[in-house]
Design a protein around this ligand. Structure first.
Ligand code: PLP
Ligand code: COI
Length: 368
């Protein structure tokens, strides 16, 4: 059966409505899912969205049953890695509505990533419309409890069947969704990385390009073998400045101030969670500094007791406290979680916004 729907209108952005063909599943898999024991990224909802790009234009999007896709062995993404993605979450509010957090920011970043990877831009309104249309079909998959959410993974990859290096002329944009619990269920232990590099100035660090994550796997694995959960990447030239973690941006609290590596250089992913957390903190009168952050300053602050907090911020990770920082052969332990009043309050506020428990004074939430 093929149905057509119009994606719901967004109240804040002028959107042109898009039509999507919908081929619904015959029977949902939802009853086989244990929503109380979700492993991050392993369970997928009933449907996915596919929109192809060919002849220099985006084709009609379609929502189809979730399933495998076939590929020509020469498909260029496999060989040359033209592939970008986004990560977002939808929550069920206390009123039972589906809530999407700042999707227009992801749409903008997706367009920026596409440009850097020489891929076609997906109009930002179509990006947001597509997510809303898929969520509308799979709204029952948005978990009902406060600690889980529906993780949304939009992605685009090159599809030309050609073993020749050039930008592909065809692409697929897809969205899959996955009900998830917490990405990190406890404070993390991170290692300051001084040998390997995630991103260099002029590279692709600011893009959410698949290859960035592939390149980080080996150094991360070495750190995991030493007992760390994640790396704290440093600048590629001197390894003197802290940049970000593998799955999240990083924020420190020193003498009451929130300090975070500046996103001016093109080596750091411009995180939507970090932007939101810093905006909330500023609105509460907290002093915020975004600037280059020296490793030595963090070590000194830890030694003299002025380092009150360190935490990661990201869609999957939400706000995850850093418990310990490894630097060379030393381990620096951060204060107990219960003493970290500001980050605990920020975490709760962000969560309450997503669950519709607090007034959305920033106008960040989109009800679907
Ligand atoms: N940095 C990296 C490398 C990430 O993978 C993520 C996650 O998306 C972030 C930062 C945080 O970005 P956001 O808050 O937009 O999810
Ligand atoms: C996210 O937070 O959405 C990410 O992309 C991080 C990770 C799951 C790759």
């Amino acid at each position: 059966m093929i149905l057509c729907i119009f994606a719901p209108q967004n109240s804040k952005m002028p959107l042109t409505t898009n039509k999507f063909d919908i081929n619904p599943v015959e029977s949902s898999r939802i009853n086989s899912v244990d929503f109380d024991n979700l492993v991050f990224g392993k369970t997928f909802s009933d449907h996915m969205l596919i929109m192809d790009y060919k002849n220099d234009e985006w084709q009609q999007g379609r929502i189809v049953p979730f399933g495998s896709i076939t590929m020509h062995p020469a498909t260029s993404v496999i060989h040359y890695g033209q592939s970008i993605f986004e990560g977002m979450k939808a929550n069920k509010t206390i009123d039972g509505e589906v809530n999407l957090f700042r999707p227009e920011m992801n749409a903008k970043r997706f367009a920026l990533s596409a440009k850097r990877m020489c891929m076609p831009a997906l109009p930002e309104n179509i990006f947001v419309d597509s997510i809303k249309a898929l969520l509308d079909v799979d709204r029952n998959w948005v978990p009902n409890n406060e600690v889980s959410s529906l993780y949304i993974r939009p992605f685009m990859f090159a599809t030309d069947p050609l073993v020749g290096i050039k930008p592909s002329s065809t692409y697929s944009f897809m969205i899959i969704t996955s009900p998830v619990g917490a990405y990190y269920s406890h404070p993390v232990r991170v290692k300051i990385e001084e040998s390997f590099t995630r991103a260099a100035v002029g590279g692709v660090g600011r893009a959410k390009a698949a290859g960035n994550y592939a390149a980080a796997l080996y150094p991360s694995k070495l750190a995991q073998e030493e007992g760390f959960h994640q790396l704290l990447w440093t600048d590629a030239v001197e390894h003197k400045y802290i940049e970000e973690s593998g799955t999240m941006n990083v924020v420190f609290q020193i003498d009451g101030k929130l300090v975070s590596p500046s996103e001016e250089s093109d080596t750091i992913l411009r995180g939507i969670t970090k932007r939101s957390v810093l905006e909330i903190a500023k609105s509460w009168g907290v002093e915020v500094e975004e600037r280059p952050v020296l490793i030595s300053e963090i070590i000194a602050a830890s030694n003299n007791g002025s380092l009150q907090d360190a935490f990661g911020v990201g869609t999957a990770a939400t706000l995850t406290h850093i418990g310990e920082i490894g630097y060379r052969d030393q381990l620096f332990t951060l204060p107990e979680i219960k003493t970290r009043e500001l980050s605990n309050k920020l975490k709760a506020y962000l969560n309450d916004l997503k669950l519709g428990k607090t007034e959305d004074t920033f106008a960040w939430c989109h009800r679907v």
